[in-house]
Structures are given as structure tokens and as C-alpha cells.
Design a protein around this ligand. Structure first.
Ligand SMILES: [Zn+2]
Length: 382
């Protein structure tokens, strides 16, 4: 056997280091070419939607027209009123292209075994084919004990539920707080006044609501306390106004992911170089989602004004997302006009980053399609 000499060892160590820097050095986002003109967009996974089981024709049409292969229904419901069975039927009729998330039954919050029973119900829904848990913004803003006291986002009563999701291997989507503008005075001085006039219940200024920071800090404590559970902070980690804060959490917690749903208009206001660097740096941890709502009488595309969107509007909505992520166009229209009249600059991501954003990350987390760990849809009782 040849003896290793010191120069040989030094040579071997040098060969293991990436050229020109420390082992942590990442390529600068600006150095990476955007997807080339002939690049083909993969079939999408829209990882953030709300679907009514009674809207199958419109769901199918809009998915097919926009190249969406799978859609994640964050409103799968719970056992209280039979929603689970309807959601399973929806998944079956859609041949597994719809994946459902379980929603806790907050009406039971005052029962002493709340967390344990909800954990058991989550496990039951997963056994039947559900793939995720979704917590709506009601937690922290509206869910109250019978005494009138708000349930805190990091209340230990919920620990069994977070832990069960980790054991079951299903991600937990969490929506806490809302756009920062909704926590400011809701009058004509508010930049989201047009939207707030249509949705006055989205105003969280005063009225005894916790602050934006209190809600975000409590959510971070949950993510930190449950490292074996995968959390997805929806709406760019619920803090599209602060990508540095989102990046800090992504760096601190390997179990933390984000989706981009309904926040292109907001994070699109940051300099495109900054957002491009963000999406390149965190390319394995960001999911594409839109926050579309499809019900028999109503389509919502990220938000709504007084008009009623059509499937043609849905096409424009998806195209506006593609333009932001795939081109380097300047001063373009964002997907959701009601969120503000400003324009945004596109980020033109590299092809491999787009593949992960549009498909691979969700494929992996939700065990869909042909990704690693993919499983066929669980047998449905119907
Ligand atoms: Zn949503």
C-alpha cells in the first residue's frame, strides 16, 4: 500500500474545496444565466389552493389550461361535518391530481384533550389519503377559548398536533398574520384600501388583535420547538415585506419551507437582484402556489375585488407568475391588481431553480408524481 505523504494529503484537501473560496461559498445569483429561450416549463404543482368538491369542472378546466398537473387543496376540512369524505371524493374523481390537507376543528378547543384528539384525527385523514396539515390565519387572530381569551399560536395545547405531523411525515402549512398593511389604520391612507373596502374583515388594526410581530415571533417559536416537523410558511413565510426575515428563518431552521402564494405583488416590489438572489439561495425550500379559490359560484385569484374573475382571468393570472419568475422584464403588471397599482421587475430565474420551484420541491415534500419517496394515492373508501 502506498504511504500518503504530507504534500499528497494537502493536494487531496485542496481538491475537495470549491475553487476560489470557503466551502460555504455559493455562486452569486447574478452569475447564473436565466432559463434559455427554448426551455420547457415542467408540469406545475400548484401547492396552495382552496377547492370546493362541487367545482370539479372549473378546477379541471383551469388546471388543464394552465399546465397544472397537481393542485394542493389546503381546505380539505375535518371530521366535524363530513368534509373529509367530500375531499376524498374530489381527489378520487380528479384521479389523484388533487391532494388534500387536514384542517383542525377549532370548535373543540376547550376540550382538555384537544391536541391529542386532533393528532389522532390527522393520522386518520393521512391513512385515508390526506398529505398535509393546514393552519389558517384564524389561529392567532380569531380562535378563542369559551372564556374569550385568544388561543396563542404557540400554545402548548397544539404541541401533540405539530409532533404528530412530524411522525406522520406530512408537512404543516401555516398562515399567521396577514399583509403588514392590514395591521395599519384601515382608511384611505392605507395602500391596500381598495382591497380592504371589499374585505373589511381583513383589517387587524387595533380591536384587540395581536401585532404582526407578535404573531410571527410565536410562529417562529413553534418551528424552533419542533425540528422533526416540516413547516411551510405560506405567503412567503407570512412576511413578503421582509425577505431578510424569511431568509433568516430558512437559515436557522432546516425544517422550514415557504410558498409564494398571493405575494408576488408584495415581494415583487423588492429590487429584482435581491429577490433573484433569494430564490437562487433557497431554491430547495420554496414552493410554487397561487392561493386560487375554486367554488361553483366563485373563482378567487390570490384576492378579489368586486368583479367576478373568469377562467380567462385565471390564464392571465398564471401567465403573470410565469413572466415574473422566467423573464427579466421590467415594470410589468403583477398577478393581482386589487393588491395595489404598482408595477414590478421580474427575476428571470435559472432553469434548474424554476424546475424546483414549479415542481420538484412540492413533489418531494408531498410525495407526488415521480419524485423520490413518491407513493401512489392512498386507496379511497369510495
Ligand atoms: Zn390560502
Amino acid at each position: 500500500m502506498r504511504r500518503l505523504t504530507l504534500p499528497m494529503i494537502l493536494l487531496a484537501v485542496a481538491a475537495c474545496k470549491p475553487a476560489g473560496g470557503s466551502p460555504e461559498a455559493e455562486p452569486a445569483a447574478a452569475d447564473l444565466p436565466a432559463a434559455p429561450a427554448g426551455w420547457h416549463r415542467p408540469k406545475l404543482i400548484d401547492a396552495h389552493a382552496h377547492l370546493s368538491p362541487f367545482a370539479i369542472p372549473v378546477i379541471r378546466r383551469i388546471m388543464d389550461e394552465n399546465g397544472v398537473e397537481y393542485v394542493v387543496n389546503l381546505s380539505g376540512g375535518n371530521h366535524a361535518d363530513g368534509d373529509i369524505e367530500y375531499s376524498l371524493k374530489l381527489a378520487k374523481v380528479m384521479e389523484g391530481r388533487v391532494v388534500n390537507c387536514y384542517n383542525p376543528d377549532w370548535y373543540r378547543i376547550d376540550e382538555p384533550d384537544f391536541g391529542v384528539v386532533e393528532a389522532r384525527r390527522l393520522a386518520d385523514s393521512v391513512a385515508k389519503g390526506f398529505r398535509c396539515l393546514k393552519i389558517a390565519k384564524a389561529l392567532g387572530l380569531f380562535v378563542r377559548h369559551g372564556s374569550g381569551v385568544l388561543l396563542e399560536v404557540d400554545d402548548p395545547a397544539l404541541d401533540p398536533l405539530w409532533a404528530a405531523a412530524g411522525r406522520l411525515g406530512v408537512p404543516v402549512y401555516v398562515h399567521v398574520a396577514d399583509p403588514k398593511a392590514f395591521f395599519r389604520p384601515c382608511d384611505e391612507t392605507n395602500e391596500r384600501w381598495a382591497e380592504l373596502q371589499v374585505h373589511p374583515s381583513w383589517c387587524f388594526h387595533g380591536q384587540g388583535f395581536p401585532s404582526f410581530d407578535e404573531l410571527l415571533d410565536a410562529f417562529e417559536r413553534v418551528v424552533a420547538k419542533h425540528p422533526a416537523t416540516t413547516f411551510i410558511g405560506v405567503h412567503l413565510g407570512n412576511a413578503a415585506e421582509e425577505p431578510d426575515r424569511v431568509a433568516r428563518m430558512l437559515a436557522a431552521y432546516p425544517n422550514y419551507y415557504v410558498d409564494i402564494a398571493a405575494r408576488v405583488p408584495e415581494f415583487g416590489r423588492h429590487p429584482p437582484e435581491k429577490m433573484r438572489a433569494f430564490f437562487v439561495r433557497w431554491q430547495d425550500r420554496v414552493l410554487f402556489g397561487t392561493d386560487v379559490v375554486f367554488s361553483p359560484r366563485h373563482i378567487m385569484l390570490g384576492s378579489t375585488g368586486t368583479d367576478r374573475p373568469t377562467p380567462d382571468d385565471a390564464r392571465r393570472f398564471y401567465q403573470a407568475h410565469f413572466r415574473y419568475f422566467e423573464t427579466q422584464d421590467r415594470q410589468i403588471e403583477h398577478p393581482t391588481p386589487i393588491q395595489g397599482s404598482w408595477r414590478i421587475d421580474a427575476v428571470g430565474l435559472p432553469a434548474e431553480v424554476l424546475e424546483k420551484l414549479y415542481r420538484k420541491n412540492a413533489e418531494r415534500l408531498l410525495k407526488l408524481g415521480s419524485g423520490p419517496g413518491a407513493t401512489p394515492p392512498a386507496p379511497s373508501p369510495f
